[in-house]
Design a protein around this ligand. Sequence first.
Ligand code: ADP
Ligand code: ASP
Ligand code: MG
Length: 439
Amino acid sequence: MKIMKFGGTSVGKPERMHQVSELITKDNESTIVVLSALSGTTNALVEISNCLAKGDRTAAKNNIDALEKHYRAFVITLVELEHNRAKANAIVAEHFEFLNIILRISFSDALNKDILAQGELLSTKLFCVYLEERGIDHLLLPALEFMSIDANEEPQLNAIKAKLSQILLQHPSKKLFITQGYICKNAKGEVDNLKRGGSDYTASLIAAAINASVCEIWTDIDGMHNNDPRIVNKTVAIEQLSFEEAAELAYFGAKILHPTCIWPAQQQQVPVKLLNTMQPEAKGTVITQEAGSVGVKAVAAKDGITAIKIKSSRMLLAYGFLRKVFEVFEKYKTSIDMITTSEVAVSVTIDNDAHLNDIVNELAPFGTVEVDTNQTIVSIVGNEIAKTEDVLRKLFDAINEIPVRMVSYGGSPHNVSLLLHNNHKVKTLQLLNAGLFGL
Ligand code: ADP
Ligand code: ASP
Ligand code: MG
């Protein structure tokens, strides 16, 4: 059995849904199809939620109406037969009625999650009506019946495995299943989600849960590129990556993959393929245990980073100092991305500054604390970078003019990370593209 996940742009237009239906029926292997919301929908739902959180019901209502109009037009082109249009319109009516009822209820975090779930519920149900019109046999698997996260917001792979296998066992003759990406139930039994871009995570979790033959992530680009194509002009697709390389790139900002979506597939050794819905014949990127080749493969950047420096002469020769520092971050459930030390100071970076003030206050007794916001981590990822001749010279020659705040190298042989002010990100990515890849 294989997994095929299609992102927002891959289902964002009726003709794209047509393409998807062709791709998922190409071979005979049983398939679970994971769909995102239509492109733009989750952003629109976030906006509706924000309006409600601010108490601006008029703006929320206007946004709901504009989104409904979009779906009504979508349905007209998606299906032709009268009874299918009626079915699709009833689905649209049901979900927009829900959004209109929410307008009258007092806003809460749980309600916010309910609002955000509407996109994937709509896209999958409408796609199923389309498949029906084309006479393609399938079954809708509601993700809320098997996808779950625990109290720490971590997916419960064992529970997902148990529930999903049970559901699949009930339908031995079905070969095509459609389900929602992104959405899940939390420890309180409420509707929740796997964070923005989370449909990739759903796909990888399902792939691990059923030990799929492959987890295909179909998107709007022909694979993982060597640099951010939104920022740098000349970028090229990478044919092969190891799970480690792909995980580093996803975590450090390569938007094509959700930051933590690699581990489930890696755990079960399910190959992940990144493919282009608009160009299905392109090779794409294959992610397996094997790295393929040695050397630098790609560069990615992660914004919104805060650097914290703790300087203390007491650190000199003191054991236990780092433990005390790390305990503060642990207390506030804030993970550290990068760390560098000197004999009298330690610098760390975080990407979640929700508890920054508390953290700084609790670090203050240990020494002088300095905070730099608006930082970006630029990660250079590859296989055995440390052993690759000349790579460090090329790297630092290329970015000679850029003021670098931190450098992390040696933590793994596959990564060099730089911390710099966000103002220097674009220039740095461009310089690295020329200096490391000759592009
Ligand atoms: P989907 O909606 O299919 O999940 P995303 O927008 O989440 O698609 O991811 C695909 C986009 O990721 C591409 O259109 C591209 O702009 C962006 N991207 C950022 N970095 C990279 C990279 N290194 N390689 C490929 N795409 C990247
Ligand atoms: N629809 C969700 C988002 O836009 C999940 C996804 O597309 O992966 O973030
Ligand atoms: Mg995505």
